[in-house]
Design a protein around this ligand. Sequence first.
Ligand code: NAD
Ligand code: DAU
Length: 336
Amino acid sequence: MNILITGGCGFIGTNFIYYMLHETDHDLINLDKLTYAGNLQNLTSVEERYGGKRYFFEKGDICDNSLVEKILHEYDIDMIVNFAAESHADKSINSPDQFIESNIHGAYNLLELSRKHKIKKFIQVSTDEVYGSLDSEGLFTEDCPLAPNTPYGASKASADLLCRSFFKSYDFPVIITRCSNNYGPFQFPEKLVPLTFLRAREDRSVPVYGDGSNIRDWIYVSDHCRGINLCLQKGRPGAIYHFGGNAEYQNLDVIKKILDVMGKSHKLIKFVKDRPGHDHRYAMDYSLAADELGFEPGVRFTEGLELTINWYLKNEQWVDGVKSKEYSDFMESWYR
Ligand code: NAD
Ligand code: DAU
């Protein structure tokens, strides 16, 4: 099969490309605009080993109608996994425009052209943030109302609704996956885990928003990749599947764990102003994915954190490369 992967130079897309080249014999076409979060260097070894054989890179925007049409046609695409998106909640609060463009218009463009091209399966990679926030009890289920609290969450929820409408109106074979917080190799250091690592490595303060009591359900990125591949193999068109890590932790505890693995002092922790509309807690009921797909997260949080930190320690060149990107200016302004 020929699979179009959008956003393959980002964090999860990169991990998915490695996963799929290793675990399947599909051919992969990666369409990525290379925003600040996209990094072509993530895939240098893929390009060397598989480039022009099982792996093809196309630089471009999912909103570009003629480019997407050309790719669907020239590569005779069978299935699509749409990772391409602006993905950072803080950034969406400061400037939502690009989130609306890529996450909604981009998804619509892919859906409409895929429908005309008679794509066999379309996976929309979505997020638990579409549900808003949980109190201390309960889990998100697939039938929870959509109640996003950030422009990022709203843009992802909008794309999910477009997907739903394409299934209902056109019988288009789309599947929505909603996953909790990923961590692992290649994550851009605007997100909590790599940001904590990077700043602690330089003995700089590590910012925790509010009192640090917000809770996220952490999933190691390869578990998410496995879940998406299960959807490609046996996901039911029209379904929504949840993936979670069974690993709920308060942010403050996540930061402390990272500092402990690195042998750094907790004195680096600095409480800063809270994120506006900060969701208190995310936690996923993934029993449908377990029943229908056989999904279970495999990597425990402590093990995953060690794998992640060791990866960052071994890949200094990658770390130094992303550090020079725009994240530092943006983050510094946020903490003030
Ligand atoms: P990321 O920001 O690391 O990567 C996004 C990638 O998409 C980048 O390579 C970027 O260049 C590309 N991109 C952005 N806009 C584009 C456009 N218009 N056209 C083509 N390429 C474009 O994001 P990520 O963390 O890897 O997330 C990937 C997907 O998974 C997103 O859709 C996100 O909403 C979803 N998701 C992420 C998480 C998480 O914890 N990171 C959890 C659940 C769902
Ligand atoms: O839940 C899935 C979502 O997880 C994805 O859809 C998003 O793409 C992804 O960015 C992530 O969203 P969060 O906003 O939860 O991730 P982030 O890493 O930005 O923050 C995790 C938690 O840590 C959150 O409660 C905010 C807090 N935080 C974050 C940063 C960057 C801090 O306390 N300090 C920080 O410096």
